[in-house]
Design a protein around this ligand. Structure first.
Ligand SMILES: [Cu+2]
Length: 133
């Protein structure tokens, strides 16, 4: 085999590695950050209202349940406040997660909010925690 052919084969191998490796890397990133993070965690993605807001925006739990939310600030720095249960993540920097934990001691519907001025529609960035009996 000539040296040129060898270089060509090497180049093809590298391209194949990149083509196969990029989706694998994206998948493992999602698996790492996704709902499977911890069995007892609810994974919440925070985006500006313009990009879809909180996801999920409705979280349903049972009264008395210990609730653990892992919040990812996906696009810009966001916050997370659920003041009825004393949960406040503070500022969550872009691309990072923070965990809040509390016991859902009373039934009802409780709003949660972003606490960082994240966009023009910051005031509309909210969701609801529903605590069922
Ligand atoms: Cu905000």
């Amino acid at each position: 085999m000539s040296a040129v052919k060898r270089v060509e084969r090497l180049a093809v191998a590298i391209v194949l590695l990149i083509v196969a490796g990029v989706p694998a890397a994206v998948f493992s990133y999602q698996a790492m950050r996704g709902p499977g993070t911890r069995a007892d965690e609810v994974f919440v993605v925070a985006r500006t209202v313009e990009r879809g807001g909180f996801s999920p925006a409705r979280i349903v739990v049972k009264q008395g349940q210990r609730v653990r939310l892992r919040i990812l600030a996906e696009d810009v720095t966001h916050g997370f406040q659920l003041l009825h249960f004393g949960a406040d993540a503070g500022a969550i920097k872009t691309g990072t997660t923070k965990v809040v934990e509390f016991t859902a001691g009373k039934t009802g519907e409780f709003p949660f909010y972003c606490s960082v001025r994240c966009s023009a529609l910051h005031m509309a960035l909210m969701g609801t925690l529903i605590v069922e009996p």
